[in-house]
Design a protein around this ligand. Structure first.
Ligand SMILES: Cc1cc2nc3c(=O)[nH]c(=O)nc-3n(C[C@H](O)[C@H](O)[C@H](O)COP(=O)(O)O)c2cc1C
Length: 213
């Protein structure tokens, strides 16, 4: 089984609640599930193009029959990077994602990552009945670190990074998306930080038998 560890945080790991939690969960996976092949993509140390005019023009040209090699060099580079992200995603059986909440959403690199995955006729297609996801056999475990608390109402109405991630993967055909919060980091005194991380780590470990089955 291939697990892709996706991190979307420019912080050093030691300064990040989410990345420290993710590392602890990964350590557990490596120890208890040695058969899992872990690959990683750090979105802040990878080429993750945004959808811009180069990309939109290239998509239009490709659809109209232009050969990839006839695209402008800059467009070829961006499309190749986006394709590499898509292929790495398609090759994975499980996605383990860690990101912070930034202004109620995810960091923009995570949105750009999503934008490389949602590709018509690769990961979804339109039918007369509406869009259909084409991705099968994957599950997602999503750790979100947030300064405030958003796991319960009424604040959960603002947990857009959770609901957006769920919506996108459901749209692609992945129904199994489980979220673990490392929440209230800004409300936790320094001496409580490790307990917060340990608690979230344990919550993630508890779902591993189901996630990795
Ligand atoms: C640019 C920025 C925006 C943030 N926006 C929010 C927010 O909307 N809600 C919230 O609860 N915390 C917010 N925070 C706080 C972070 O979610 C919190 O520090 C969290 O621990 C970050 O994850 P990390 O520790 O893994 O880096 C923000 C932090 C930054 C740097």
């Amino acid at each position: 089984m291939r697990l892709l560890y996706v991190t979307a945080n420019p912080h050093e790991e030691e300064h990040s609640f989410g990345l420290r939690t993710g590392r602890a969960v990964l350590a557990h996976i490596k120890q208890k599930y040695p058969e899992v092949d872990v690959q990683a993509i750090d979105l802040y140390n990878a080429e993750v193009p945004e959808i811009d005019r180069d990309v939109l023009s290239a998509w239009g040209a490709l659809q109209a029959g232009t050969a990839f090699t006839d695209l402008p060099a800059i467009a070829q580079t961006k499309i190749a990077h986006m394709n590499a992200i898509l292929e790495q995603f398609l090759a994975a059986d499980r996605l383990f994602i860690v990101n912070p909440m930034w202004n109620f959403g995810a960091p923009p690199r995570f949105k750009a990552f999503i934008d490389s995955l949602v590709i018509v006729n690769r990961t979804f297609r339109y039918t007369e009945q509406g869009p259909v996801g084409l991705v099968e056999g994957k599950k997602v475990l999503h750790i979100i670190a947030s300064g405030g608390k958003y796991s319960a109402p009424p604040q959960s109405a603002y947990a857009f990074t959770k609901t957006h991630t769920e919506a996108v993967f459901h749209f692609l055909g992945i129904q199994d998306v489980h979220t673990v919060w490392v929440e209230g980091t800004a409300m936790t005194p320094p001496e409580g930080a490790q307990a917060l991380i340990d608690n979230a780590t344990q919550q993630a470990i508890d779902v591993l038998p189901q996630f990795l089955s």
